[in-house]
Design a protein around this ligand. Structure first.
Ligand SMILES: Nc1nc2c([nH]c(=O)n2[C@H]2C[C@H](O)[C@@H](COP(=O)(O)OP(=O)(O)OP(=O)(O)O)O2)c(=O)[nH]1
Length: 132
């Protein structure tokens, strides 16, 4: 099966809340809450891909050095296998705005389970609860 590399980020604010965003209608997994991020382009460094996606999706500027690896998801979807490193980031410039029409929310770690997420993401929540 095709392996797809997607990078994702848990942005954490000063109150230890985590940013999630809702996948827009029309996309695969629409309506589910996910960590911002996206596919790594061929020849692109994962950290650079995440910096690019965070800027495109949320309008913030992040330094690659401010991305700390936390854990990863490995999940077999029907048509591809997702491998998704999850980084944590506590420092960025700018204000978070859903630039692609997506809803965004700052959520306390304990409340993450109240938001339906893609199946690949569910095991990640425990790691955030441990960390935060
Ligand atoms: N960004 C992100 N993607 C996730 C998460 N969990 C999860 O299963 N995914 C999946 C959904 C998509 O299949 C893929 C991310 O790709 P994407 O958002 O860049 O691409 P897409 O399918 O929306 O659209 P496209 O670029 O193929 O047009 O990873 C998550 O927490 N964050």
């Amino acid at each position: 099966m095709k392996l797809v590399l997607v990078v994702a980020c848990a942005l954490v604010d000063v109150d230890n809340r985590v940013l999630i965003s809702q996948r827009p209608e029309g996309k695969q997994l629409a309506g589910l809450w996910e960590f911002p991020g996206g596919k790594v382009d061929p020849d692109e460094r994962p950290e650079d891909a995440l910096v690019r996606e965070l800027h495109e999706e949320l309008g913030i500027t992040v330094k690659p050095a401010c991305l700390a690896p936390l854990t990863f998801a490995s999940f077999a979807y029907e048509t591809f296998h997702l491998l998704m490193p999850l980084y944590v980031c506590r420092r960025w410039d700018g204000f978070v705005t859903g630039r692609e029409g997506q809803a965004t929310r700052w959520v306390r770690p304990k409340q993450l389970r109240d938001y339906p997420m893609p199946p690949a993401d569910e095991p990640l929540v425990a790691h955030l609860l441990d960390l935060l």
